[in-house]
Design a protein around this ligand. Structure first.
Ligand code: NAD
Length: 478
């Protein structure tokens, strides 16, 4: 195994673990990389007790003191960029440039966490003659963050630096498919001076997640993953009266108007559908062409054919994911869709056991087909046709999801109309992956998010803190 058997990280160190484990399989070549603990409620209870003990001193620091840890941590992320990117590449399969880009995003959210002392200043007002009201923010206590496989470094950083800098202590449950980078994050936080027990990693899957939802000392939970699990976690956590925010899956539409720029639209759409092997909650899944867009499709197909699996596009996460994606393509084909670029049957020399798929472009997909409705989560772009903006909007609006949507046009009026009518939380105008960077918040609509507010940006401050309102009146000076 390339990596040592993993252990949970509790109280500032990796602790002995002798329970059940699962193999960590490399998506790139099918080899076993490590073994991952499949923790139970016992390990969760140990981590919560440790985090709870650490909370008292950590939360008593003033915000500027806590922020110092994250200045050092950001520097360590930069210093260890290549090492972390290699780990992400090994566990997730994405290319090294994609892995490095994740570390950069993690650094950006950490910078936001460093700026929190400037952002969380309270409010003071004389609300009645001689009566002052003042608002302060306090952390919640022990909180939990549960993450998916597709961004091993970026998605955990949507929560870790912000929740901790605001004074909480945390249990992080990474995806069992990408547990290696979590270990390194924990070590670097300790090296940055974070007191032991403030950040803890518990590996595992469903049992560990359910134990986190059920544990009476956990005050708040964030979840990022598929919609069925997001619903289950949101329901379970809130049934225990916890604060919860659960981000789910996606089915993002790119609407292409007839006046769209050919080169920009084609290359942008390809980057959106095939980047990170299509395993992005912001990936383009369906392109909806309004009127004639054949030159754009032609150019997109040329560029898709030029991508090289194993070099410019990594594998998908598992054999099961590859099989599921190929099943979607085969079904669409039998229903009459036309596969313009076929990414099936790809073999990467020397990595024959990897889970590779090339970019796949499918034309004449109808909105009733399963591939047009469900999340495929692979490098597959469906092309649908619409007579006009009304029909394109109807297709976009009929999706139960609502993470992102984009419009490609050189016409401001068309773009404005799409912004108003699309039912999604993040809109791109000639931008295929419209991720709102700090200080803006990340979050979708509909079945792509359950709970109030966004996971990053200003609403994260609201989520990870509670406000204390102090009303005071002093006797007149004698
Ligand atoms: P997943 O739902 O399978 O797993 C997410 C997490 O939940 C993992 O930590 C996993 O161990 C745990 N889990 C799995 N099954 C569980 C169960 N039955 N009960 C409790 N916990 C369970 O998701 P994934 O396959 O790791 O990630 C891909 C999905 O995440 C896609 O649907 C993608 O769109 C979505 N995603 C969404 C966003 C967003 O911001 N909306 C961001 C990234 C990924």
């Amino acid at each position: 195994m390339k990596y040592n058997k993993l252990r949970n990280y509790i109280g500032g160190q990796a602790i002995e673990y002798s329970g059940p484990c699962t193999d960590l399989v490399s998506p790139s070549d099918g080899t076993i990389l490590s073994e991952v603990p499949i923790s139970t409620a016992n390990e969760v209870a140990t981590a919560v007790a440790t985090a709870s003990a650490a909370f008292t001193e950590w939360s008593a620091l003033i915000p500027k003191e806590r922020a110092q840890v994250f200045y050092r941590y950001r520097a360590l992320l930069e210093q260890h960029m290549d090492e972390i990117a290699q780990i992400v590449h090994d566990e997730n399969g994405k290319t090294l440039p994609e892995s490095r880009a994740e570390v950069v995003r993690a650094m950006e959210v950490t910078e936001f966490a460093c700026s929190l002392p400037q952002l969380i200043g309270g409010e003071v007002l004389e609300v009645s003659r001689g009566v002052e009201c003042r608002l302060e923010r306090a952390p919640l206590g022990v909180v939990a963050s549960i993450c998916p496989f597709n961004f091993p470094i970026m998605v955990p950083h949507w929560t870790i630096p912000i929740a901790l800098a605001l004074g909480n202590s945390m249990i992080f449950k990474p995806s069992e498919h990408v547990p290696l980078s979590a270990q390194r994050v924990a070590e670097l936080l300790t090296e940055s001076g974070l007191p032991d027990g403030v950040f803890n990693v518990v590996h595992g899957s469903r049992d560990a997640v359910e134990a986190l939802c059920d544990h009476p000392q956990i005050e708040a939970i964030t979840f990022v993953g598929s919609t069925p699990t997001a619903k289950a976690v949101y329901r379970r956590a809130t049934s225990h009266l916890k604060r919860a925010l659960a981000l789910g899956g996606a089915k993002n539409h790119l609407v292409v108007l007839p006046d769209a720029d050919v080169e920009q639209t084609a290359s942008n759409a390809l980057a959106s559908m095939a980047g990170c092997a299509g395993q992005r909650c912001m990936a383009a899944a369906s392109m909806v062409g309004v009127g004639p867009i054949d030159p754009i499709i032609e150019r997109l197909c040329q560029q898709a054919q030029a991508m090289v699996p194993g070099e410019t596009i990594g594998p998908v996460i598992s054999a099961a994911a590859k099989e599921r994606i190929e099943g979607f393509i085969a079904e669409a084909e039998t229903q009459g869709a036309k596969v313009l670029v076929d990414g099936r049957n790809v073999v990467v020399e020397g990595k024959e056991k990897g889970f590779y798929l090339g970019p796949t472009v499918i034309d004449h997909v109808h909105e009733d087909m399963r591939i047009a409705q469900e999340e495929v989560f692979g490098p597959v772009l469906c092309i649908l046709r619409a007579r006009d903006m009304d029909e394109a909007v109807k297709i976009e609006n009929s999706s139960p999801y609502g993470n992102a949507a984009a419009v490609y046009t050189t016409n401001g009026g068309g773009a404005r109309e799409f912004i108003e009518r699309a039912s999604a939380g993040m809109i791109g105008i000639n931008v295929g992956v419209p991720v709102p960077l700090e200080p803006f918040g990340f979050g979708g609509w509909n079945d792509s998010k359950f709970g109030v507010g966004d996971i990053t940006g200003k609403s994260s401050i609201e989520f990870w803190t509670q406000s204390k309102k102090i009303t005071s009146r002093w006797p007149d000076e004698k």
